[in-house]
Write a protein that binds this ligand. Structure first.
Ligand code: 5AD
Ligand code: SF4
Length: 440
């Protein structure tokens, strides 16, 4: 019998990449590869990269540098770069790091087995096309192994919004929605493999408009209602959304669909209308706040999460204060904040830049505020009864860890609870990044 070959995948960036890495690992399983946790004994190393901010690409190059030794010891080792850096820099990667054998962009993953064969044959293999086909259909996995209780499911990819700072429309291409029937089938299969919670993924997930089961296009709300009917699926989430695509039926689903969790990641980026306009966000602070108001009316306990950029070109202290005001008005339970990072080829890269020290100082002030809101909201859970989906064993004996409906990590002494069980827990303490609870 031939030994299975070993594949080491390192994933950077967003959840979409996590999903893609799983699909690639499954596809390579068909080529006789099993996944390994260490690059040291791998036959193939695949970096699934992110291009969203500058440092991300630099990290990839320095990571590649670390494999130089391995590659010279074992010339048979194949090294591949996938993801958005692969899409954006393509041949440049092979020029900068000649030890890279394979480069594959996010829309070409179904061609990975062919590319691997080509690389095995000693040729350089590169594919950064945007083919028309549904790569996930072509990336079907083999017989269904049991898996953990939570899963990502990509329903939409790409973006047509062209925010002035963002590379996504260039690296992931135009917005494409997968047909609903395929998504429902994949969800059903996931549930049969033990999944209880599905997070629908898309760069612009709430702009979903895939072919419906009976032909006419479905919105994300319609898709959620169809998923709601799958027995054994207990929780539905979706990310990432754009404020302008928060339709009324989708907001109402937060009131009426019991499986849809009371948590929403709704990036705003800035609270200044001047900056929002320059960012080409096509919404104002006010219109964003109106969406939040409707959401809270539909689901009063909904926990909101956001993305923020400080130091966008020409952001003044006054503009920054408008962001702080918006944050105070919303009160976020979770947040991701970044210094603006220049991305060549995007419109904002050409504009007058804010000094680095100013960006750093603003980021600190914003993060202090966001962090105190986050902690405050988490603390308010103490004394409440929450439903927890248990995902894994905790550090202490008999302890299990899971997620609440609001996506808080919850630890509890639960020696008889199995992974994948949903149980009621009373929260007794709020720690830095998690809650402690008692099983009811
Ligand atoms: N600089 C800083 N942050 C960025 N993001 C996207 N592009 C940039 C950039 N050029 C942030 C946005 C987005 C999140 C995924 O990353 O906040 O919502
Ligand atoms: Fe980038 Fe804006 Fe599209 Fe989000 S909506 S992926 S920030 S261009």
């Amino acid at each position: 019998m031939t030994q299975p070959k070993k594949l080491f995948i390192k994933t950077y960036g967003c959840q979409m990449n996590v999903y893609d890495s799983e699909r690639m690992a499954e596809a390579m399983g068909g080529q006789g590869y099993v996944q390994t946790d260490s690059p040291d004994d791998a036959d193939m190393i695949l970096l699934n990269t992110c291009h969203i901010r500058e440092k991300a690409a630099e990290k990839v190059y320095s990571e590649l540098g670390r494999y130089k030794g391995l590659k010279s010891e074992r010339p048979d080792l194949k090294i591949g770069v996938a993801g958005c850096v692969a899409q954006a820099e393509g041949e440049e990667i092979m020029r900068r790091q000649p030890m890279v054998d394979l480069v594959v962009g996010p829309q070409s993953y179904h061609r990975l087995p062919e590319l691997e064969a080509k690389a095995r044959g000693g040729e350089k293999a590169l594919d950064t096309d945007f083919p028309e086909e549904d790569k996930f259909e072509r990336l079907k996995s083999r017989p269904k192994a049991k898996r953990g209780p939570t899963a990502f499911l990509t329903v939409q990819e790409g973006c047509d919004k062209f925010c002035a700072f963002c590379v996504v429309p260039y690296t992931r291409g135009a917005e494409v929605s997968r047909p609903a029937a395929r998504i429902l089938r994949e969800a059903q299969e996931l549930v049969e493999r033990g999944v209880r919670e599905i997070t629908l993924l898309g760069q612009n997930v709430n702009a979903y408009h895939g072919e419906g089961v009976a032909g006419a296009r479905w919105s994300l709300a319609r898709l959620i209602w169809a998923l709601d009917e799958i027995d054994g699926l207990e929780r539905i989430r979706f990310t990432t959304s754009h404020p302008n695509d928060m339709s009324d039926p989708l907001i109402e689903a937060h009131a009426d669909c019991k499986k849809l969790m009371p948590y929403l990641h709704l990036p705003v980026q800035s609270g200044s209308d001047k900056i929002l306009k320059r960012m080409n966000r096509a919404h104002t602070a006010e219109s964003y706040l109106r969406v939040i108001e409707k959401l809270r009316k539909a689901r009063p306990d909904i926990l909101l999460s956001g993305d923020f950029i400080v130091g966008f070109p020409e952001e003044t202290e006054e503009d920054f204060q408008a962001t702080m005001d918006l944050v105070r008005a919303v009160e976020y339970g979770q947040a991701y904040s970044f210094k603006y990072s220049t991305r060549p080829g995007t419109p904002a890269a050409e504009r007058p830049q804010v000094e680095e020290a100013v960006k750093t100082e603003r980021l600190h002030r914003l993060q202090d505020l966001l962090w105190s809101q986050q902690r405050g909201l988490q603390k308010r859970m103490v004394g409440r009864e929450v439903s927890v989906l248990f995902e894994k064993a905790g550090r202490d004996a008999g302890q299990m860890v899971g997620k609440s409906e609001h996506l808080h990590a919850v630890h509890a002494y639960a020696p008889d609870v199995e992974i994948g069980e949903l149980r009621q827990v009373r929260i007794v303490e709020s720690l830095t990044n998690s809650l402690t609870g008692e099983l009811l």
